[in-house]
Each structure stands twice: as structure tokens, then as C-alpha cells.
Design a protein around this ligand. Structure first.
Ligand code: CA2
Length: 144
């Protein structure tokens, strides 16, 4: 099982600002935790972050035939990006939408996800644990 984890804009700032919303865990911490769990589950994992929508689109395109599942925290692009939605729909790689915060408990502009309709599922609101839950889902997705 090969899992590609993609992180969108500003997630490189995790742990440095807004701890009341996003906690004190850094993106590097999340990568470490995820790699440990992936090794236990026998999954291969790559972990990337970009602030650029086009880079995320390119990575989604490249995932076709190379990765079984994408875990995607698209950050604010979640709510705006038709390009990401089209990329996910276009490549046919199972994609799980991930959020640290509970987006439905936040501002109304975060309540709509452009990508949710083309994702396999959505995990939101559990901090770094959201990524672990998505990883578990990704590993088990074929037996559900
Ligand atoms: O809860 C999530 O994971 C989000 O994807 C995070 C995005 C936000 O736009 C989405 O609505 C929900 C924001 C990521 C920015 O993270 C920061 C972390 C520290 C300081 C500033 C931004």
C-alpha cells in the first residue's frame, strides 16, 4: 500500500502561530508520527507540502499509477479550488480529505468543500489525529 500525503497552503506554519486553533504540533511532527504508524501498517508513505495550487495539482496528476491513496489537507484551497477538484476527479486515485480543525464548527466560508464530492471520505476536527485516522482508513479502504 502506497500513500501520498499532500498538504496545502500555510500548513508549513503549523505549531508556530494560532496554537488555539491548530495546536502546537508542527507539520514535521505530524510527518514523524505518520511515518511511524505507516511502518507499523506496512505502508509506504511520502509526505509533501506546498503553498502553490498548481504544484498540488501536479502532484495529484503524478499520483496516478504510482500511489494507491492520497491523503489531502488542501488548507484554504479546500474551499476555493475547482482545479484541485478536477485533478482529483481526473486521476481516479482514492483521495481522503483531511483537516486538523473541525471546519463545520468554524466560519461559514469553511463549511463548503470544493473537493469533498470527489473524495472517498473526509476526516476533520481531530488535530494531528485526523491524519492518523485517514491513514488507517486508507490502509483499510479496499476491504470496506
Ligand atoms: O483545519 C485544517 O486542517 C484546515 O485545512 C487548515 C487551513 C484552513 O484554511 C482550512 O479551512 C482548514 C489553514 C491552514 C493554515 O494553518 C496555519 C497554521 C498556523 C498558523 C497559521 C496558519
Amino acid at each position: 500500500m502506497r500513500i501520498l500525503v499532500l498538504n496545502g497552503p500555510n500548513l508549513n506554519l503549523l505549531g508556530t502561530r494560532e496554537p488555539s486553533v491548530y495546536g502546537t504540533v508542527t507539520l514535521a511532527d505530524i510527518e514523524t508520527i505518520l511515518r511511524q504508524r505507516a511502518a507499523q501498517l506496512g505502508a509506504e508513505l511520502d509526505f509533501r507540502q506546498s503553498n502553490h495550487e498548481g504544484q498540488l495539482v501536479d502532484w495529484i496528476h503524478e499520483a496516478s499509477g504510482r500511489w494507491d491513496t492520497i491523503l489531502l489537507n488542501a488548507g484554504a484551497y479546500t474551499h476555493t479550488s475547482i482545479a484541485l477538484r478536477d485533478a482529483i476527479a481526473g486521476v481516479g486515485v482514492a483521495t481522503i480529505e483531511v483537516h486538523l480543525s473541525n471546519v463545520m464548527a468554524r466560519e461559514s466560508f469553511r463549511h463548503h468543500s470544493m473537493i469533498a464530492p470527489v473524495c472517498r471520505g473526509l476526516i476533520s476536527g481531530f488535530g494531528a489525529q485526523s491524519y492518523l485516522l485517514a491513514l488507517e482508513a486508507a490502509v483499510n479502504i479496499k476491504v470496506v
